[in-house]
Design a protein around this ligand. Structure first.
Ligand code: ME8
Length: 517
Protein backbone atom coordinates (compact mmCIF):
# COMPACT_ATOMS: atom_id res chain seq x y z
CA UNK A 1 0.00 0.00 0.00
CA UNK A 2 1.12 3.51 -0.78
CA UNK A 3 2.67 5.52 2.01
CA UNK A 4 0.37 8.25 3.34
CA UNK A 5 1.21 11.92 3.30
CA UNK A 6 -1.02 14.45 5.04
CA UNK A 7 -0.33 18.15 4.54
CA UNK A 8 -2.24 21.30 5.38
CA UNK A 9 -2.29 25.03 4.86
CA UNK A 10 -3.17 27.36 7.71
CA UNK A 11 -6.90 27.99 7.77
CA UNK A 12 -7.56 31.61 6.83
CA UNK A 13 -9.65 34.13 8.72
CA UNK A 14 -12.50 34.91 6.35
CA UNK A 15 -12.74 38.43 7.77
CA UNK A 16 -12.29 39.86 4.30
CA UNK A 17 -11.60 38.66 0.80
CA UNK A 18 -8.67 36.35 0.14
CA UNK A 19 -5.44 38.17 -0.71
CA UNK A 20 -2.20 37.26 -2.43
CA UNK A 21 -0.63 35.96 0.81
CA UNK A 22 -3.41 33.39 1.11
CA UNK A 23 -3.02 32.47 -2.56
CA UNK A 24 0.74 32.10 -2.14
CA UNK A 25 0.47 29.67 0.76
CA UNK A 26 -2.24 27.70 -1.01
CA UNK A 27 -0.35 27.41 -4.32
CA UNK A 28 2.84 26.26 -2.60
CA UNK A 29 1.03 23.64 -0.55
CA UNK A 30 -0.86 22.50 -3.62
CA UNK A 31 2.44 22.05 -5.48
CA UNK A 32 3.79 19.97 -2.59
CA UNK A 33 0.62 17.86 -2.55
CA UNK A 34 0.77 17.28 -6.29
CA UNK A 35 4.45 16.40 -6.13
CA UNK A 36 3.81 13.76 -3.47
CA UNK A 37 0.85 12.30 -5.40
CA UNK A 38 2.89 12.02 -8.58
CA UNK A 39 5.62 10.40 -6.50
CA UNK A 40 3.25 7.62 -5.48
CA UNK A 41 2.02 8.76 -2.06
CA UNK A 42 -1.55 8.48 -0.82
CA UNK A 43 -1.99 12.20 -0.18
CA UNK A 44 -4.49 14.13 1.85
CA UNK A 45 -4.32 17.89 1.38
CA UNK A 46 -6.42 20.11 3.63
CA UNK A 47 -7.27 23.80 3.56
CA UNK A 48 -10.16 25.86 4.93
CA UNK A 49 -11.35 28.80 6.99
CA UNK A 50 -10.99 29.81 10.66
CA UNK A 51 -14.30 31.41 11.50
CA UNK A 52 -14.49 32.03 15.25
CA UNK A 53 -12.94 34.59 17.56
CA UNK A 54 -13.24 38.23 18.44
CA UNK A 55 -11.68 39.51 15.22
CA UNK A 56 -14.31 37.81 13.07
CA UNK A 57 -17.05 38.99 15.41
CA UNK A 58 -15.89 42.62 15.44
CA UNK A 59 -15.50 42.79 11.67
CA UNK A 60 -18.95 41.28 11.14
CA UNK A 61 -20.49 43.76 13.60
CA UNK A 62 -18.76 46.67 11.91
CA UNK A 63 -20.45 45.59 8.68
CA UNK A 64 -23.79 45.12 10.37
CA UNK A 65 -24.08 41.41 9.64
CA UNK A 66 -24.20 38.34 11.85
CA UNK A 67 -20.90 36.51 12.28
CA UNK A 68 -22.54 33.41 10.75
CA UNK A 69 -23.54 35.21 7.57
CA UNK A 70 -20.25 37.07 7.40
CA UNK A 71 -18.22 33.86 7.71
CA UNK A 72 -20.45 32.12 5.20
CA UNK A 73 -20.07 34.80 2.52
CA UNK A 74 -16.32 35.16 2.86
CA UNK A 75 -15.56 31.49 3.32
CA UNK A 76 -17.23 30.90 -0.04
CA UNK A 77 -14.71 33.31 -1.59
CA UNK A 78 -11.83 31.32 -0.13
CA UNK A 79 -13.28 28.15 -1.51
CA UNK A 80 -13.70 29.83 -4.89
CA UNK A 81 -10.09 30.97 -4.75
CA UNK A 82 -8.89 27.42 -4.07
CA UNK A 83 -10.71 26.29 -7.23
CA UNK A 84 -9.51 29.24 -9.30
CA UNK A 85 -5.93 28.45 -8.31
CA UNK A 86 -6.29 24.91 -9.63
CA UNK A 87 -6.27 23.53 -6.10
CA UNK A 88 -6.08 19.79 -5.58
CA UNK A 89 -7.20 19.93 -1.94
CA UNK A 90 -9.08 16.86 -0.76
CA UNK A 91 -11.19 18.75 1.73
CA UNK A 92 -12.11 22.30 2.68
CA UNK A 93 -12.81 22.64 6.37
CA UNK A 94 -14.86 25.36 8.02
CA UNK A 95 -14.50 25.66 11.77
CA UNK A 96 -18.21 26.45 12.07
CA UNK A 97 -19.07 22.91 10.95
CA UNK A 98 -20.57 20.40 13.38
CA UNK A 99 -17.73 17.91 12.83
CA UNK A 100 -15.32 20.55 14.02
CA UNK A 101 -17.29 21.44 17.13
CA UNK A 102 -17.23 17.77 18.07
CA UNK A 103 -13.48 17.45 17.51
CA UNK A 104 -12.67 20.63 19.46
CA UNK A 105 -14.77 19.56 22.41
CA UNK A 106 -13.15 16.14 22.32
CA UNK A 107 -9.61 17.49 22.46
CA UNK A 108 -10.62 19.92 25.23
CA UNK A 109 -12.05 17.07 27.27
CA UNK A 110 -8.87 15.05 26.85
CA UNK A 111 -6.72 17.99 28.00
CA UNK A 112 -9.05 18.58 30.96
CA UNK A 113 -9.03 14.87 31.87
CA UNK A 114 -5.25 14.95 31.81
CA UNK A 115 -5.39 17.64 34.49
CA UNK A 116 -3.92 20.33 32.26
CA UNK A 117 -6.87 22.75 32.33
CA UNK A 118 -7.86 24.79 35.39
CA UNK A 119 -10.14 27.73 36.03
CA UNK A 120 -8.74 31.11 37.04
CA UNK A 121 -8.93 34.68 35.99
CA UNK A 122 -6.91 36.32 33.25
CA UNK A 123 -5.59 39.81 33.22
CA UNK A 124 -3.16 40.79 30.53
CA UNK A 125 -2.61 42.05 27.01
CA UNK A 126 -4.48 40.76 24.00
CA UNK A 127 -4.08 41.54 20.30
CA UNK A 128 -7.34 41.09 18.44
CA UNK A 129 -5.55 41.32 15.11
CA UNK A 130 -3.22 38.43 16.02
CA UNK A 131 -5.81 36.73 18.28
CA UNK A 132 -2.89 36.37 20.69
CA UNK A 133 -2.07 36.93 24.36
CA UNK A 134 1.23 38.64 25.01
CA UNK A 135 3.40 39.00 28.09
CA UNK A 136 4.28 42.40 29.56
CA UNK A 137 7.86 41.96 28.27
CA UNK A 138 6.60 41.67 24.68
CA UNK A 139 4.65 44.95 24.71
CA UNK A 140 6.02 48.30 23.53
CA UNK A 141 4.58 51.69 24.33
CA UNK A 142 4.85 53.91 21.27
CA UNK A 143 4.91 57.66 20.82
CA UNK A 144 1.21 57.62 20.02
CA UNK A 145 0.60 56.57 23.63
CA UNK A 146 -0.68 53.15 22.51
CA UNK A 147 0.70 49.73 23.25
CA UNK A 148 1.70 47.22 20.58
CA UNK A 149 2.55 43.52 20.55
CA UNK A 150 5.66 41.93 19.03
CA UNK A 151 4.11 41.77 15.54
CA UNK A 152 3.31 45.46 15.60
CA UNK A 153 -0.43 45.08 16.18
CA UNK A 154 -2.31 47.07 18.85
CA UNK A 155 -3.06 45.31 22.14
CA UNK A 156 -5.80 45.84 24.68
CA UNK A 157 -6.02 45.01 28.38
CA UNK A 158 -8.26 42.04 29.10
CA UNK A 159 -9.53 40.91 32.50
CA UNK A 160 -12.00 38.08 32.84
CA UNK A 161 -12.68 34.67 34.26
CA UNK A 162 -10.88 32.15 32.11
CA UNK A 163 -9.75 28.59 31.84
CA UNK A 164 -6.02 28.10 31.61
CA UNK A 165 -3.94 25.47 29.92
CA UNK A 166 -0.84 24.45 31.92
CA UNK A 167 1.59 25.41 29.18
CA UNK A 168 4.32 26.12 31.75
CA UNK A 169 4.46 22.41 32.52
CA UNK A 170 5.44 21.58 28.93
CA UNK A 171 8.70 23.50 28.63
CA UNK A 172 11.01 20.50 29.04
CA UNK A 173 8.92 18.24 26.83
CA UNK A 174 8.85 20.90 24.09
CA UNK A 175 12.59 21.50 24.26
CA UNK A 176 13.14 17.74 24.06
CA UNK A 177 10.85 17.62 21.03
CA UNK A 178 12.89 20.28 19.18
CA UNK A 179 16.11 18.58 20.22
CA UNK A 180 15.11 15.08 19.23
CA UNK A 181 13.47 16.18 15.98
CA UNK A 182 15.61 18.83 14.34
CA UNK A 183 13.27 18.75 11.32
CA UNK A 184 10.18 19.59 13.38
CA UNK A 185 10.46 23.31 12.55
CA UNK A 186 11.73 24.74 9.26
CA UNK A 187 13.44 26.87 8.13
CA UNK A 188 16.29 27.00 10.68
CA UNK A 189 15.83 30.70 11.60
CA UNK A 190 12.30 29.96 12.74
CA UNK A 191 13.44 26.98 14.75
CA UNK A 192 16.01 29.07 16.58
CA UNK A 193 13.42 31.72 17.45
CA UNK A 194 11.07 29.12 18.89
CA UNK A 195 13.79 27.41 20.91
CA UNK A 196 14.82 30.73 22.52
CA UNK A 197 11.19 31.62 23.19
CA UNK A 198 10.55 28.33 24.98
CA UNK A 199 13.90 28.40 26.82
CA UNK A 200 12.93 31.78 28.29
CA UNK A 201 10.06 30.04 30.12
CA UNK A 202 6.39 29.58 29.35
CA UNK A 203 3.38 31.06 31.09
CA UNK A 204 0.09 29.20 31.33
CA UNK A 205 -2.20 30.06 28.45
CA UNK A 206 -5.67 31.52 28.78
CA UNK A 207 -7.84 29.20 26.68
CA UNK A 208 -11.38 30.51 27.08
CA UNK A 209 -13.34 33.75 26.93
CA UNK A 210 -16.60 34.83 28.54
CA UNK A 211 -17.16 38.28 27.05
CA UNK A 212 -18.54 37.04 23.73
CA UNK A 213 -20.01 33.80 22.47
CA UNK A 214 -18.86 33.48 18.84
CA UNK A 215 -16.92 30.29 19.33
CA UNK A 216 -17.14 26.71 20.51
CA UNK A 217 -18.59 26.24 24.00
CA UNK A 218 -16.33 24.77 26.66
CA UNK A 219 -17.69 21.31 27.53
CA UNK A 220 -19.51 21.49 30.85
CA UNK A 221 -19.27 25.29 31.21
CA UNK A 222 -21.16 26.92 28.37
CA UNK A 223 -20.61 30.44 29.66
CA UNK A 224 -17.12 30.07 28.18
CA UNK A 225 -16.14 29.75 24.55
CA UNK A 226 -12.77 28.28 23.64
CA UNK A 227 -9.92 30.63 22.77
CA UNK A 228 -10.02 30.71 18.97
CA UNK A 229 -6.56 29.16 18.54
CA UNK A 230 -7.54 26.04 20.52
CA UNK A 231 -10.34 25.46 18.09
CA UNK A 232 -8.40 26.63 15.00
CA UNK A 233 -5.43 24.29 15.46
CA UNK A 234 -7.77 21.36 16.04
CA UNK A 235 -9.05 21.66 12.45
CA UNK A 236 -6.12 19.53 11.34
CA UNK A 237 -7.42 16.67 13.48
CA UNK A 238 -11.08 17.24 12.63
CA UNK A 239 -10.46 16.52 8.97
CA UNK A 240 -9.07 13.08 9.82
CA UNK A 241 -12.37 12.19 11.48
CA UNK A 242 -11.22 12.80 15.06
CA UNK A 243 -12.48 11.77 17.60
CA UNK A 244 -14.00 8.93 15.56
CA UNK A 245 -12.13 6.19 13.77
CA UNK A 246 -12.82 6.54 10.08
CA UNK A 247 -11.27 6.12 6.69
CA UNK A 248 -9.02 9.09 7.25
CA UNK A 249 -7.88 8.40 10.81
CA UNK A 250 -4.67 6.86 9.57
CA UNK A 251 -3.62 10.22 8.12
CA UNK A 252 -2.92 11.50 11.63
CA UNK A 253 -0.27 12.58 12.56
CA UNK A 254 0.10 15.14 9.79
CA UNK A 255 3.33 15.05 7.85
CA UNK A 256 3.50 18.76 7.21
CA UNK A 257 1.78 21.96 8.30
CA UNK A 258 2.57 24.81 5.89
CA UNK A 259 2.05 28.20 7.56
CA UNK A 260 3.27 31.79 7.42
CA UNK A 261 6.04 33.04 9.68
CA UNK A 262 3.65 35.10 11.84
CA UNK A 263 1.93 32.04 13.31
CA UNK A 264 4.90 29.85 14.15
CA UNK A 265 4.42 30.09 17.93
CA UNK A 266 0.90 28.70 17.74
CA UNK A 267 1.95 25.75 15.62
CA UNK A 268 5.23 24.80 17.25
CA UNK A 269 4.59 25.62 20.92
CA UNK A 270 0.86 25.58 21.69
CA UNK A 271 -0.18 22.89 19.21
CA UNK A 272 2.36 20.21 20.21
CA UNK A 273 1.67 20.98 23.89
CA UNK A 274 -2.10 20.51 23.37
CA UNK A 275 -1.48 17.24 21.57
CA UNK A 276 0.95 15.96 24.21
CA UNK A 277 -1.61 16.76 26.86
CA UNK A 278 -4.36 15.01 24.89
CA UNK A 279 -2.12 11.98 24.39
CA UNK A 280 -2.15 12.31 20.62
CA UNK A 281 0.75 11.94 18.17
CA UNK A 282 2.50 15.13 17.02
CA UNK A 283 2.78 16.42 13.47
CA UNK A 284 6.13 15.63 11.88
CA UNK A 285 7.01 19.04 10.54
CA UNK A 286 5.90 22.66 10.52
CA UNK A 287 7.30 24.82 7.74
CA UNK A 288 6.92 28.60 7.83
CA UNK A 289 7.07 30.53 4.58
CA UNK A 290 7.84 34.22 4.32
CA UNK A 291 5.62 37.15 3.55
CA UNK A 292 4.85 38.43 0.12
CA UNK A 293 4.69 42.14 -0.56
CA UNK A 294 3.55 44.14 -3.49
CA UNK A 295 6.38 46.53 -4.16
CA UNK A 296 3.91 49.32 -3.93
CA UNK A 297 4.35 50.14 -7.56
CA UNK A 298 1.50 49.94 -10.00
CA UNK A 299 1.22 46.55 -11.61
CA UNK A 300 0.24 48.25 -14.86
CA UNK A 301 -1.80 51.27 -15.75
CA UNK A 302 -4.86 49.50 -17.00
CA UNK A 303 -4.73 46.83 -14.32
CA UNK A 304 -4.05 49.00 -11.32
CA UNK A 305 -2.39 47.74 -8.23
CA UNK A 306 -3.35 44.11 -8.42
CA UNK A 307 -3.36 42.31 -5.12
CA UNK A 308 -6.56 40.39 -5.69
CA UNK A 309 -5.64 36.81 -6.60
CA UNK A 310 -8.60 36.51 -8.97
CA UNK A 311 -7.43 39.57 -10.89
CA UNK A 312 -3.87 38.24 -11.02
CA UNK A 313 -5.15 35.02 -12.59
CA UNK A 314 -7.15 37.05 -15.12
CA UNK A 315 -4.20 39.20 -16.12
CA UNK A 316 -1.37 36.65 -16.21
CA UNK A 317 -3.11 33.30 -16.44
CA UNK A 318 -2.94 30.74 -13.66
CA UNK A 319 0.27 28.98 -14.59
CA UNK A 320 2.28 32.17 -15.00
CA UNK A 321 1.14 33.22 -11.54
CA UNK A 322 1.90 29.82 -9.98
CA UNK A 323 5.27 29.63 -11.70
CA UNK A 324 6.28 33.10 -10.69
CA UNK A 325 5.33 32.73 -7.03
CA UNK A 326 7.04 29.38 -6.63
CA UNK A 327 10.17 30.23 -8.59
CA UNK A 328 10.92 33.84 -7.76
CA UNK A 329 10.90 33.72 -3.97
CA UNK A 330 12.99 31.09 -2.16
CA UNK A 331 10.26 29.37 -0.15
CA UNK A 332 10.76 30.37 3.48
CA UNK A 333 11.98 33.89 2.72
CA UNK A 334 10.04 37.11 2.23
CA UNK A 335 9.56 38.26 -1.32
CA UNK A 336 8.21 40.96 -3.55
CA UNK A 337 6.08 40.78 -6.59
CA UNK A 338 5.50 43.32 -9.28
CA UNK A 339 4.22 43.37 -12.82
CA UNK A 340 7.72 43.58 -14.28
CA UNK A 341 9.01 40.74 -12.13
CA UNK A 342 6.16 38.43 -13.17
CA UNK A 343 6.53 39.26 -16.86
CA UNK A 344 10.33 39.03 -16.89
CA UNK A 345 10.51 35.77 -15.01
CA UNK A 346 7.83 33.97 -17.01
CA UNK A 347 8.89 35.33 -20.40
CA UNK A 348 12.47 34.36 -19.81
CA UNK A 349 11.97 30.89 -18.34
CA UNK A 350 8.57 29.62 -19.43
CA UNK A 351 8.51 31.18 -22.90
CA UNK A 352 12.18 31.49 -23.90
CA UNK A 353 13.66 28.46 -22.17
CA UNK A 354 11.01 25.77 -21.85
CA UNK A 355 8.51 26.86 -24.51
CA UNK A 356 11.21 27.42 -27.07
CA UNK A 357 12.93 24.10 -26.54
CA UNK A 358 9.64 22.24 -26.95
CA UNK A 359 8.58 24.26 -29.95
CA UNK A 360 11.90 24.02 -31.80
CA UNK A 361 12.29 20.30 -31.35
CA UNK A 362 8.67 19.27 -31.83
CA UNK A 363 8.10 21.37 -34.92
CA UNK A 364 11.17 19.80 -36.55
CA UNK A 365 9.91 16.34 -35.61
CA UNK A 366 6.49 17.14 -37.07
CA UNK A 367 8.06 18.28 -40.33
CA UNK A 368 11.00 15.96 -40.78
CA UNK A 369 10.23 12.80 -38.80
CA UNK A 370 6.74 11.96 -40.07
CA UNK A 371 5.20 13.28 -36.85
CA UNK A 372 6.55 10.31 -34.90
CA UNK A 373 9.01 10.01 -32.07
CA UNK A 374 12.29 9.69 -34.03
CA UNK A 375 14.48 6.61 -33.73
CA UNK A 376 17.80 7.48 -32.11
CA UNK A 377 21.17 6.00 -33.02
CA UNK A 378 23.95 5.44 -30.49
CA UNK A 379 24.22 8.29 -27.99
CA UNK A 380 27.22 10.61 -28.13
CA UNK A 381 28.85 12.03 -25.00
CA UNK A 382 26.84 15.23 -25.48
CA UNK A 383 23.56 13.29 -25.77
CA UNK A 384 24.40 11.28 -22.70
CA UNK A 385 25.30 14.38 -20.69
CA UNK A 386 21.86 16.00 -21.07
CA UNK A 387 20.07 12.69 -20.56
CA UNK A 388 22.08 12.06 -17.40
CA UNK A 389 21.27 15.51 -16.06
CA UNK A 390 17.60 14.78 -16.74
CA UNK A 391 17.84 11.40 -14.97
CA UNK A 392 19.41 12.93 -11.90
CA UNK A 393 16.71 15.53 -11.46
CA UNK A 394 14.07 13.48 -9.64
CA UNK A 395 16.32 12.52 -6.76
CA UNK A 396 17.39 16.13 -6.28
CA UNK A 397 13.79 17.31 -6.56
CA UNK A 398 12.65 14.86 -3.87
CA UNK A 399 15.31 16.07 -1.49
CA UNK A 400 14.40 19.68 -2.13
CA UNK A 401 10.69 18.98 -1.68
CA UNK A 402 11.35 17.30 1.66
CA UNK A 403 12.86 20.63 2.75
CA UNK A 404 10.02 22.54 1.01
CA UNK A 405 12.57 24.17 -1.32
CA UNK A 406 10.18 24.47 -4.22
CA UNK A 407 12.23 27.18 -5.92
CA UNK A 408 15.18 24.78 -6.01
CA UNK A 409 13.17 22.18 -7.91
CA UNK A 410 12.23 24.76 -10.53
CA UNK A 411 15.80 26.05 -10.69
CA UNK A 412 16.94 22.50 -11.44
CA UNK A 413 14.42 22.12 -14.25
CA UNK A 414 15.37 25.47 -15.77
CA UNK A 415 19.03 24.62 -15.61
CA UNK A 416 18.40 21.32 -17.42
CA UNK A 417 16.34 23.08 -20.07
CA UNK A 418 19.01 25.75 -20.58
CA UNK A 419 21.68 23.10 -20.94
CA UNK A 420 19.50 21.31 -23.48
CA UNK A 421 18.89 24.53 -25.42
CA UNK A 422 22.65 24.98 -25.64
CA UNK A 423 23.02 21.35 -26.70
CA UNK A 424 20.34 21.80 -29.36
CA UNK A 425 21.94 24.95 -30.72
CA UNK A 426 25.39 23.30 -30.69
CA UNK A 427 24.23 20.16 -32.50
CA UNK A 428 22.44 22.19 -35.22
CA UNK A 429 19.84 19.56 -36.15
CA UNK A 430 18.56 21.82 -38.94
CA UNK A 431 21.98 21.48 -40.65
CA UNK A 432 22.10 17.74 -39.93
CA UNK A 433 18.88 17.27 -41.88
CA UNK A 434 20.87 17.26 -45.12
CA UNK A 435 24.28 16.13 -43.93
CA UNK A 436 23.34 13.36 -41.46
CA UNK A 437 19.59 12.71 -41.04
CA UNK A 438 20.20 9.77 -38.67
CA UNK A 439 22.15 12.05 -36.35
CA UNK A 440 19.39 14.66 -36.63
CA UNK A 441 16.91 12.00 -35.48
CA UNK A 442 19.09 11.24 -32.46
CA UNK A 443 19.37 14.91 -31.46
CA UNK A 444 15.63 15.41 -31.84
CA UNK A 445 14.93 12.26 -29.85
CA UNK A 446 17.22 13.32 -27.01
CA UNK A 447 15.68 16.78 -26.93
CA UNK A 448 12.10 15.50 -26.92
CA UNK A 449 12.97 13.05 -24.15
CA UNK A 450 14.40 15.86 -22.03
CA UNK A 451 11.24 17.89 -22.65
CA UNK A 452 9.15 14.91 -21.53
CA UNK A 453 11.11 14.62 -18.31
CA UNK A 454 10.96 18.34 -17.64
CA UNK A 455 7.21 18.36 -18.32
CA UNK A 456 6.56 15.46 -15.92
CA UNK A 457 8.46 17.30 -13.19
CA UNK A 458 6.73 20.59 -13.98
CA UNK A 459 3.26 19.15 -13.36
CA UNK A 460 3.05 20.00 -9.63
CA UNK A 461 3.92 23.63 -10.34
CA UNK A 462 2.11 24.42 -13.60
CA UNK A 463 -0.39 21.57 -13.91
CA UNK A 464 -2.40 22.88 -16.82
CA UNK A 465 0.41 23.80 -19.18
CA UNK A 466 2.60 20.83 -18.24
CA UNK A 467 -0.32 18.61 -19.14
CA UNK A 468 -0.60 20.29 -22.56
CA UNK A 469 3.11 19.81 -23.05
CA UNK A 470 2.72 16.09 -22.33
CA UNK A 471 -0.22 15.99 -24.74
CA UNK A 472 1.90 17.24 -27.63
CA UNK A 473 4.60 14.73 -26.70
CA UNK A 474 1.99 12.01 -27.14
CA UNK A 475 2.32 10.91 -23.50
CA UNK A 476 -0.80 9.05 -22.33
CA UNK A 477 -2.60 10.22 -19.18
CA UNK A 478 -1.55 7.15 -17.25
CA UNK A 479 2.12 7.61 -18.16
CA UNK A 480 2.69 10.87 -16.32
CA UNK A 481 3.65 9.94 -12.78
CA UNK A 482 7.22 10.12 -11.50
CA UNK A 483 7.65 6.38 -11.96
CA UNK A 484 7.66 7.24 -15.69
CA UNK A 485 10.98 9.00 -15.16
CA UNK A 486 12.73 5.63 -15.01
CA UNK A 487 15.10 5.28 -17.98
CA UNK A 488 13.20 2.30 -19.41
CA UNK A 489 10.04 4.45 -19.63
CA UNK A 490 11.61 6.89 -22.10
CA UNK A 491 9.75 7.99 -25.27
CA UNK A 492 9.12 5.12 -27.63
CA UNK A 493 10.47 5.60 -31.18
CA UNK A 494 7.65 5.47 -33.71
CA UNK A 495 4.99 6.75 -31.32
CA UNK A 496 2.73 9.15 -33.21
CA UNK A 497 2.80 12.79 -32.15
CA UNK A 498 -0.06 15.27 -32.44
CA UNK A 499 0.64 18.58 -34.21
CA UNK A 500 2.78 20.76 -31.94
CA UNK A 501 1.29 23.90 -30.48
CA UNK A 502 3.01 26.71 -28.68
CA UNK A 503 2.40 26.12 -24.95
CA UNK A 504 4.22 29.06 -23.40
CA UNK A 505 3.60 32.25 -25.39
CA UNK A 506 5.36 35.38 -24.24
CA UNK A 507 3.32 37.75 -22.10
CA UNK A 508 2.67 40.87 -24.10
CA UNK A 509 1.64 44.01 -22.26
CA UNK A 510 -1.78 44.93 -23.55
CA UNK A 511 -1.27 48.38 -22.10
CA UNK A 512 1.47 49.18 -24.59
CA UNK A 513 -0.87 48.34 -27.46
CA UNK A 514 -3.80 50.37 -26.24
CA UNK A 515 -1.47 53.28 -25.59
CA UNK A 516 -2.27 53.46 -21.89
CA UNK A 517 1.23 52.65 -20.71
O1 ME8 B 1 -3.39 33.41 10.69
N1 ME8 B 1 2.29 36.80 2.60
O2 ME8 B 1 -5.24 33.38 9.32
P1 ME8 B 1 -4.84 34.52 8.27
C1 ME8 B 1 2.37 35.49 2.84
N2 ME8 B 1 -6.55 31.89 10.99
N3 ME8 B 1 1.54 34.82 3.67
C2 ME8 B 1 0.61 35.52 4.33
C3 ME8 B 1 0.46 36.92 4.14
C4 ME8 B 1 1.35 37.56 3.22
N4 ME8 B 1 1.31 38.87 2.94
N5 ME8 B 1 -0.56 37.32 4.92
C5 ME8 B 1 -1.03 36.23 5.57
C6 ME8 B 1 -4.51 33.02 10.41
N6 ME8 B 1 -0.33 35.14 5.21
C7 ME8 B 1 -5.16 31.97 11.27
C8 ME8 B 1 -4.48 30.64 11.02
S1 ME8 B 1 -4.22 28.00 11.39
C9 ME8 B 1 -4.75 26.88 12.49
C10 ME8 B 1 -5.05 29.48 11.80
C11 ME8 B 1 -0.52 33.75 5.69
O3 ME8 B 1 -6.00 34.59 7.35
C12 ME8 B 1 -0.44 33.64 7.20
O4 ME8 B 1 0.89 33.61 7.63
O5 ME8 B 1 -4.40 35.73 8.97
C13 ME8 B 1 -1.18 32.34 7.44
O6 ME8 B 1 -0.32 31.22 7.30
C14 ME8 B 1 -2.23 32.33 6.34
O7 ME8 B 1 -1.83 33.31 5.38
C15 ME8 B 1 -3.63 32.67 6.87
O8 ME8 B 1 -3.58 33.92 7.53
Amino acid sequence: MAERFYLTTAISYPNGRPHIGHAYEFIATDALARFKRLDGYDVMFLTGTDEHGIKMLQTARAQGVSPQDFAETNSAEFERMAKALGGSNDDFIRTSEARHHAASQAIWTRMADAGDIYKGSYSGWYSVRDEAYYGEDEITLRDDGKRYGPQGTPVEWVEEESYFFKLSAFQDRLLALYDDNPAFIGPAERRNEVVSFVKAGLRDLSVSRTTFNWGIPVPGDEKHVMYVWVDALTNYLTATGFPGEGERSAFWPADLHVIGKDIVRFHTVYWPAFLMSAGLPLPKRVFAHGFLFNRGEKMSKSVGNVIDPFALIDVYGLDRLRYFLLREVPFGQDGNYSHDAIVNRTNSELANDIGNLAQRSLSMIAKHCEAQVPTPGAFSAADQAVLDEAHGLLIKAREAVDRQELHAVLAGIVSLVSATNRYFAGEEPWALRKSDPARMATVLYVTAEVVRRAAILLQPFVPESASKLLDILGVADDRRSFSELAPERALKPGNPLPPPQPIYPRFADKTSEDGAA
